[in-house]
Design a protein around this ligand. Structure first.
Ligand SMILES: C=C1C[C@]23C[C@@]1(O)CC[C@H]2[C@@]12CCC[C@@](C)(C(=O)O1)[C@H]2[C@@H]3C(=O)O
Ligand code: AKG
Ligand code: FE2
Length: 373
């Protein structure tokens, strides 16, 4: 694990508009040599695109989840006007003067607000991006950002949350259905099995054009601590996913298409059958990139553990139960070791020791960070 950067060791909040040269604080040397890039040269294919109206959608989703951990969806029911609306809301936020944005700064222990990527403290260099997280009502922060006129922003966010919650529920049943899981198996999905009590955060990410993109990192490689994440990107490339044996594969934006990726909690729930995908965001010299992530999780206090239908003597539970709140805390503390820190030890006699919560294993997931040091 790279050494952490002390909070005050350099200026964290950059006014990207005024910077003409990449500052040393943001220069990630030897970064791009960690894995080969691009699917085209080695023929691994590209991230699957699934039409949600396809009668075969469940099977296609299941296959994409077990092989890629990520897929793109069309015919998802989200209007283009709303996607444009949330993009415009993000643009309007990030184009405010830095002093104004800092009025809505995320507090050191807080979740919501404006700030640098929260995983920054795990890296020796800062990332070429800024973010705004919404968990619960955006009203207070929106008032600080636009004292005269915050309604437009809040209305778009509210509408986005409403439709994304429905889409996320639909995706959950496609994913779970493909594992043979039925509505009776997930009590916390609620009496109508529509995941009404689920929680979610919206993360607006801004990646300004960068004077030296080959030495900069937009958002460092990570997995999401979610069940699933639905990502809308503007018309600028930057998202890459890591495919074992192939390297970093770019997920180019396609108008009206949303990216869905599996997070650590679905990895746990599926007992490792649907692995969470490692991904990152790169930057470029000329275009401002914007992405909006809908980070979807269970009700915050529900214990998530491998589904009993997926567990038997030859497939023992790989993870101990954990709530979303607890897991987010673990991620904030242990970052890329969070998932293995909730993994159970399977001794040779096959009996699981539920108290051994702290085993740390080195897997291919950790290589990108180790190589960076
Ligand atoms: C619900 C959440 C997931 C997240 C932490 C957060 O509380 C809100 C922001 C999310 C995000 C977005 C960018 C990448 C990420 C690793 C991060 O630093 O903040 C994720 C967090 C996560 O999935 O662990
Ligand atoms: O900007 C992107 O494409 C990725 C964003 C992301 O990974 C996140 O918000 O968790
Ligand atoms: Fe992410």
């Amino acid at each position: 694990m790279p050494s952490r950067v002390p909070e005050a060791s350099h200026h964290k909040h950059l006014d990207f508009n005024s910077v003409k040269e990449l500052p040393e604080s943001h220069a990630w040397t030897s970064l791009l040599g960690d894995y080969p890039s691009g699917p085209d040269s080695c023929g691994v294919g590209s991230v699957p695109i699934i039409d949600l109206d396809d009668p075969n959608a469940q099977k296609l989703v299941g296959h994409a989840c077990s092989t890629w951990g990520v897929f793109q969806v069309t015919n998802h029911g989200i209007k283009n006007s709303l996607l444009n609306g949330i993009e415009a809301a993000g643009k309007s936020l990030f184009s405010l003067p830095i002093q104004q944005k800092l009025k809505a700064a995320r507090s050191p222990d807080g979740v919501s607000g404006y700030g640098v990527a929260r995983i920054s403290s795990f890296f020796p260099k800062l990332m070429w991006s800024e973010g705004f997280t919404i968990f619960g009502s955006p009203l207070e922060h929106a008032r600080q950002l636009w004292p005269q006129d915050h309604n437009q922003f809040c209305d778009v966010i509210e509408e986005y949350e409403k439709v994304m919650q429905q889409l996320a529920g639909r995706l959950m049943w496609l994913m779970l259905g493909s594992l043979g899981i039925t509505k009776e198996d997930i009590k916390w999905a609620g009496p109508k099995a529509n995941f009404k009590g689920a929680s979610a955060a919206i993360q607006l990410n801004s990646y300004p054009a960068c004077p030296d993109p080959d030495r900069a990192m937009g958002l460092a490689a990570h997995t999401d601590s979610t069940l699933l994440t639905i990502l809308h990107q503007n018309n600028t490339s930057g998202l890459q996913v890591l495919r074992e044996g192939a390297g970093w594969v770019t997920v180019p934006p396609r108008p009206g298409t949303l990216v869905v990726n599996i997070g650590d909690l679905l990895h746990i729930l599926s007992n490792g059958l649907y692995p969470s995908v490692l991904h990152r965001a790169m930057v470029n010299r000329t275009q401002h990139r914007l992405s909006i992530a809908y980070l979807y999780g269970p009700p915050t206090n529900v214990q998530i553990s491998p589904l009993s239908k997926l567990v038997d003597p030859s497939h023992p539970p790989l993870y101990r139960p954990v709530t979303w709140t607890e897991y987010l805390g673990t991620k904030a503390k242990h970052f890329n070791k969070a998932l293995s820190s909730v993994r159970l030890c399977i001794p040779l006699n096959g009996l699981v020791d539920v108290n051994d919560h702290n085993r740390v294993e080195v897997s291919w997931r950790q290589l990108p960070y180790i190589k960076m040091m």
